[in-house]
Design a protein around this ligand. Structure first.
Ligand code: GDP
Ligand code: MG
Length: 343
């Protein structure tokens, strides 16, 4: 692969070039790491916004509304729709794409669906790398829509600078869901379908759970107490003070409340920058990424090693017959690769 034309295509935000670069990265094809390495110095301009929540909550509808708002502000926007729950939901993603069609005709909008990536490297890593390509191509906002609230979705959500959790009155077990880990990653809670009964109740329940209403003892100090950024008495290892997750109501299908969402996303970003949290998060992610890349490179190195592959082939029968254990054979493989080391 010739790197220069790909980089030039990204620079020009040429949709075909962006699409090709993403496919290269998503499929881990030869040259993808050189590409990611070459764009590294250009990263950090995009705001990455994660939008997660149960199926049918209105994430895609809300995403489309956000795309319109950002386009109206003249910002190029990318949407990455991730569905880690099933590799067989092409239909649902296609539905999303059709719904996005109106905005998809605009060259300032780029939409991409992702399901799973092959054996090496998880979906979360692939998503981060695809977002890097979009960042390098100059998309000022990257909206990452993920289905569900399970562990893999949380991993994907952690990719974002700001995370929006979308709930609806129908998601009766919403508060239980929150306790399962989503609380820590949500910066904004959207109660969508506010045109339906039960929306007010859900909003109140959320606010109580988050400690924004009465009895907020377990939550950090709310913004209206004036505590922003770092207070001098705080230890360096404590979580940053000053951001209380916001709860807002929307009717995504009509656009009601979406302007407030845009404003709150700006507020959150300003807080991230002002508190030093953005720098801290990005630094953490770079460390994580470097380790991920190393782990992936080592996995590939091992799986492509002819001697190791031969050893595995030779010893499989012995493992099957109980004459050798997988652990012994793994130890032999390590010995081959790195004499003197242990598993
Ligand atoms: N009544 C109502 N319906 C909505 C609202 N937002 C989205 N919907 C509808 O809910 C359905 C699911 O929306 P979708 O955006 O695909 O949800 P997703 O699975 O979370 O991406 C669609 O039929 C939308 O038109 C809303 O605020 N009120
Ligand atoms: Mg959707």
């Amino acid at each position: 692969m010739e790197l220069a034309p790909v980089l030039a295509g990204l620079e020009a935000r040429d949709p075909a070039a962006v699409g090709r670069a993403i496919s290269l990265v998503e499929n881990g094809r030869a040259g993808f790491e050189e590409l990611l390495s070459a764009i590294h110095h250009r990263l950090g301009r995009a705001r990455r916004i994660g939008i997660t929540g149960p199926p049918g909550a209105g994430k895609s509808t809300l995403t489309e509304q956000l795309v319109r708002r950002y386009r109206a502000l003249g910002l190029p926007v990318a949407v990455v729709a991730v569905d880690p729950t099933s590799p067989f939901t092409g239909g649902a993603l296609l539905g999303d794409r059709l719904r996005m069609e109106r905005v998809a005709l605009d060259p300032g909008v780029f939409i991409r669906s992702m399901a799973t990536r092959g054996s090496l490297g998880g979906l979360a890593t692939a998503t981060r790398e695809v977002c890097d390509v979009l960042d390098a191509a100059g998309f000022g906002r990257i909206l990452i829509e993920t289905v569900g609230v399970g562990q893999s979705e949380l991993d994907v959500a952690r990719t974002a600078d700001s995370t929006v959790v979308v709930l609806v009155p129908e998601s009766g077990d919403a508060i239980q869901t929150l306790k399962a880990g989503i609380m820590e990653i949500a910066d904004l809670f959207v109660v969508n379908k506010a045109d339906r009964p039960g929306a007010d109740r859900l909003r109140q329940d959320l606010e109580v759970t988050l400690g924004i209403r009465a009895g907020h003892a377990f939550r950090h100090v709310p913004a209206h107490h004036g505590a922003r950024g770092l207070s001098p008495s705080r230890g360096a290892d404590q979580a940053p003070a000053g951001w209380t997750p916001r709860v807002l109501a929307t009717v995504a299908s009509t656009g009601e409340g979406v302007d407030t969402l845009v404003t709150l996303l700006d507020t959150h970003h300003a807080w991230l920058e002002g508190s030093g949290e953005l720098t801290a998060r990005r630094r953490r992610r770079l460390v994580e990424r470097t380790r991920e890349v190393l782990t992936r490179a080592m996995a590939r190195w091992v799986s492509h090693d002819a001697a190791v592959e031969q050893l595995l082939q030779d010893r499989l029968a012995a493992i099957e017959a109980g004459r050798a254990s997988p652990y012994e054979v793994a130890a032999e493989a390590i010995e081959l690769l790195r004499p003197g080391s242990r598993v």
